[in-house]
Design a protein around this ligand. Structure first.
Ligand code: PRP
Length: 187
């Protein structure tokens, strides 16, 4: 595969991420077998994680069902590499949340302020249950104590892109998680 020139190092390859999504789907399917589930992805970062997870759930021996898919848009980083701490919900889900089993899907938890805000948003709408799935976790960066029920990869506390994660809106479409070369940040 041709490597993006701005990439210094691949942290998790596309096959490794696919394997992890499969493991997460197996665990989640066991917990919700035969039960309706609203999979709520957090845009923009969790776009790929959410779509790939929802499809992986569908091929489990006893999948949850029916599965609804919707998105919520939250943003706190703007163009910066550091969270502003001011979490803005820019776009609410169109699907009702009350009385449903909700699975919140995040690409990454860093300080945890975004997830704390999102979990409160969902809880205020009285779901039957709420669990959270996070593909990449940076536990050493945590500022807020947020519950995470399904965790993919632990990631060192460094700036990473790919598989939904961006730097100034670029590199989200890389199929792997990577560290960027330092010249990218001085451009
Ligand atoms: C990123 C990421 C998480 C959040 C995690 O979103 O997708 O939602 O930051 O950060 P935290 O744990 O420190 O709060 P961002 O605000 O950059 O928006 P994006 O998903 O559109 O890239």
């Amino acid at each position: 595969m041709k490597r993006e020139p701005a990439v210094e190092r691949v942290i998790f390859s596309a096959p490794e991420i696919r394997e992890t999504i499969g493991q997460l789907a197996r665990t989640i399917a066991r917990d919700y077998a035969g039960q309706p589930l609203l999979v709520l992805g957090v845009l923009k970062g969790a776009l790929y994680a959410c779509v790939d997870l929802a499809r992986a759930l569908a091929v489990q021996p006893e999948p949850p069902g029916p599965i609804e898919l919707d998105f919520i848009t939250a943003s706190s980083y703007g163009g910066s590499t550091v969270s502003s701490g001011n979490v803005r919900i820019a776009c609410e889900p169109q699907t009702g949340i009350a009385g449903k089993n909700v699975l919140l899907v995040e690409d990454v938890v860093d300080g945890g302020l975004t997830l704390a805000r999102l979990q409160a948003f969902v809880q205020e709408r009285r779901p039957a249950s709420l669990r959270t799935c996070v593909l990449f976790d940076k536990p050493s960066a945590r500022m807020a104590d947020v519950p995470v029920d399904y965790r993919g990869h632990a990631v060192p506390d460094q700036f990473v892109v790919g598989y939904g994660l961006d730097y100034q809106e670029s590199y989200r479409n890389l199929p792997y998680l990577a560290q960027l070369r330092s010249w990218v940040f001085s451009q």
